[in-house]
Design a protein around this ligand. Structure first.
Ligand SMILES: [Zn+2]
Ligand SMILES: [Zn+2]
Length: 267
């Protein structure tokens, strides 16, 4: 059984990641417009109504934008934790199937996940750790100001990790952003810098980690080559897999869980 991972795009203008197994198609976040999401799915030969479930990590628009509309139009099950469903105005149990953080949830015939709470602004954000059978684990983590012990525990044994590398510390500090915004981004409830992502990964990288995708890069305060080199600097002695960057425009590639090969997508 394999898990195919395709980032439809990632950044402050929208996030969505498609997971495909033999019997399940699941979206993590649905932060683009409905039209844009369907257009991106069509580039890999998928239709919206093939999506079984949509998991929303938190209430911010770049993760939740068209989730409810998509779930109604495609007849897919919408999942979030209770706090996010309340913030979104989704009636728990009617529009949205709510889950408790750290409980295992079956979101497809052959795919389950655990939501791990992570600190981010006033949101009740979660990292998603999926399991596609035989303990084939993959992690999807964006929008957090710092790591937690619980998160690190769940990252152990993951064969794929998608994680944000939001900003370069120097670029952020030299940017024209107001001081208060700089503090918010760099604070406990903000985002991870390239350095912080590298540090976190250096604690959890193991020989079975085959693929790593850096995502949610700031367009103003980061650049793909800076993020990649900073992260690799922290992990290169232990990491022997493949590293890629998911940009705002996608989809660009598909990973197969556990495999080093990447399939490029022609747009
Ligand atoms: Zn975000
Ligand atoms: Zn957010």
């Amino acid at each position: 059984m394999s898990l195919e991972i395709t980032h439809l795009g990632s950044g402050s203008k929208g996030n969505a990641t498609l997971l495909r197994t033999e019997e399940s198609n699941v979206l993590i976040d649905c932060g683009f417009s409905l039209k844009q999401t369907e257009k991106r799915l069509s580039r890999i030969g998928m239709k919206g109504d093939e999506i079984d479930s949509i998991i929303v990590t938190h209430n911010h628009g770049d993760h939740s934008n068209s989730a409810k509309r998509a779930s109604i139009k495609w007849d897919s099950v919408l999942y979030s934790n209770i706090e996010t469903s309340i913030k979104m105005g989704w009636e728990p149990m009617e529009i949205c199937r709510t889950f408790n953080n750290l409980d295992r949830v079956e979101c497809g015939v052959d795919l389950s996940f655990i939501a791990v709470p992570i600190p981010h602004d006033n949101a009740d954000n979660v990292a998603i750790i999926t399991n596609s059978g035989k303990n084939e684990k993959a992690a999807f983590i964006t929008d957090l100001g710092q790591s937690t012990l619980e998160l690190k525990k769940h990252l152990a044994g993951c064969k794929h990790i998608s994680i944000e590398a939001n900003y370069d510390q120097k670029k952020l500090m030299n940017s024209s952003y107001p001081e208060s915004l700089k503090r918010r981004i760099a604070g406990r409830g903000g985002h991870l810098s390239n350095y912080q992502t590298g540090e976190l990964l250096s604690e959890v990288v193991h020989s079975k980690l085959k693929s790593l995708v850096l995502c949610h890069l700031s367009e103003k305060n980061n650049a793909p080559h800076i993020a990649e080199s900073e992260v690799l600097y922290h992990i290169e002695e232990k990491f022997c897999g493949n590293i890629a960057i998911s940009k705002q425009i996608g989809p660009e590639f598909t990973h197969f869980l556990g495999a080093e090969e990447i399939k490029k997508i022609r747009n």
